[in-house]
Design a protein around this ligand. Structure first.
Ligand code: SAM
Ligand code: SF4
Ligand code: F3S
Length: 436
């Protein structure tokens, strides 16, 4: 009898891409994917450990699933990805509703773990496989317009606050040929947008062909003419003028860069071990803006890291004013046991202060995004329609090449269309308009 599997994905785009790889590996073994948790024989949680509240979410989900297991004996639950890799076998003690554990490098072993679990044997495979890139696995894609293509895995940086090097292991890159072949297949299949993914995408390096990220991006752009090419995430210390020149030279490579800065204070950046100062970051921004007309820049920010003073926080606010980020992912600092910061730096900013500083950062970002969006009113922008808008089936939602969200009157257009939209109004989150 075919077994139905439901995979729930938490965390970053790397995890979303991994879910598509896991679906492919399991389909090859005869499993059928289902969107419905209630009809599944097996529920897999693909998890994120980056902040404490991400882990709490997993624990709550496991608690809810325990009730379902009581009602439906035989329902199996697997926890995979960054949370088990981080807590290791200790995870079995954190919830009695787990049948197996697997880390990001051991998904090829999932069928064995599942088979054992079916026989009542609880197992964990949390080995690191420093060569594993899942090359050769054709992802089962859930969207027919946009596709993720992971090009590298892992992270060799040691930002003081971050668990990713512990959960994802050492950096390794996919062979350039396998990436470009996949990009070509996606373009041939009619995909309109491809995002090259990696925790540190600009450290991509294929040793065999000596191909670095600027060359890979250029080859992807050429291999998929007319298809939008994006990439994420870039590290400020690795972003080079040669990469920026590739972006500006190719129309289908989107004019937007996600460049996490974390803090505007050089003192904090040093404590965070980010490998660059405020001034060096601002120089990179100036270089990017010199080379790419109309580029948008987005970022990640952390409020209340260890030892952060009001002056350091003020540096973050002034940095935001100076760069005018298009949008930001904003967090307050969450201690992650085992990281350098957890071991060596006191978490001395009170939670109330962290939250107040985060509020100030969010308020400022909303104001800046609102102003940048208001400046678009009256302009025509090219939008790739992604889906019906949540509010009304008469409206479509899509994005500009610069990654701005646009909602517009449908006027006979369909998801997947590239549409010229005249912007009529704007909020800090969305541009609203009508096709020209
Ligand atoms: N590799 C990317 C980079 O270097 O910018 C980011 C990867 S991380 C998964 C995504 C974001 O989560 C980080 O940029 C940071 O802002 C945030 N983050 C990571 N660890 C955190 C922590 N302990 N507390 C709060 N935010 C954290
Ligand atoms: Fe984490 Fe830093 Fe690596 Fe990004 S670069 S994944 S923040 S350690
Ligand atoms: Fe989370 Fe792992 Fe991504 S910790 S942010 S799912 S790499």
């Amino acid at each position: 009898m075919t077994k139905k599997v439901h995979i729930r994905t938490f965390g970053c785009q790397m995890n979303q891409a991994d879910t598509e790889i896991i679906a492919s590996l399991l389909q090859d073994e005869g499993y059928v994917m289902t969107d419905s948790e209630d009809s599944a024989d097996l529920v897999i949680l693909n998890t994120c450990a980056v902040r404490e509240n991400a882990v709490e979410k997993i624990m709550n989900t496991l608690n809810n699933l325990k009730g379902k297991r009581r009602l439906r004996p035989g329902l199996l639950v697997g926890v995979i990805g960054c949370v088990p890799q981080y807590y290791r076998e200790k995870m079995f003690g954190m919830s009695d509703g787990i049948d197996f554990l697997a880390g990001p490098d051991t998904y090829r072993q999932l069928p064995v773990l599942i088979e054992n679990a079916e026989q009542g044997i609880r197992g964990a495979n949390l080995a690191f496989a420093p060569e594993e890139t899942y090359t050769g696995v054709e992802p089962v894609r859930t969207c027919s317009i946009s596709a993720f293509v992971p090009v590298m895995r892992g992270c060799n940086n040691r930002c003081a606050f971050c668990v990713v090097p512990f959960t994802r292991g050492k950096e390794r890159s996919r062979p350039v040929k396998s990436v470009i072949d996949e990009v070509e297949r996606l373009a041939d299949a009619g995909y309109r947008e491809i995002t090259l993914l990696g925790q540190n995408v600009n450290s991509y390096f294929d040793n065999d062909s000596s191909c670095g990220f600027p060359e890979l991006l250029e080859r992807a752009g050429l291999a998929a003419g007319g298809v939008r090419i994006r990439f994420t995430t870039s590290h400020p210390k690795d972003i080079s003028e040669s990469l920026v020149r590739v972006i500006s030279a190719h129309d289908n490579i989107c004019n937007t860069i996600h460049l996490p800065v974390q803090s505007g204070s050089t003192r904090m950046l040093k404590l965070m071990n980010r490998g660059h100062s405020r001034e060096e970051y601002l120089e990179k921004i100036a270089m990017i803006r010199r080379c790419i007309a109309g580029v948008t820049i987005s970022t990640d920010l952390i409020a209340g890291f260890c030892g952060e003073t009001e002056e350091d926080h003020g540096d973050t606010l002034s940095m935001m004013e100076e760069v005018r980020f298009d949008f930001s992912y904003m967090f307050y600092y969450s201690v992650r046991p085992g990281t350098y910061a957890a071991k060596h730096l006191p978490d001395d900013v009170p939670e109330k202060v962290k939250k107040r500083r985060l509020e100030e950062i969010i308020t400022l970002q909303n104001r800046i995004s609102g102003e940048l969006h208001a400046a678009e009113v009256g302009h025509v922008v090219e939008v790739l329609a992604e889906s019906e808008s949540k509010r009304s089936s008469d409206m479509l939602m899509g994005r500009t090449g610069t990654n701005r969200v646009v909602v517009f009157n449908r006027n006979g257009c369909s998801p997947g269309d590239l549409v010229d939209v005249r912007i009529k109004s704007a909020t800090s989150a969305t541009l609203v308009g009508s096709p020209e």
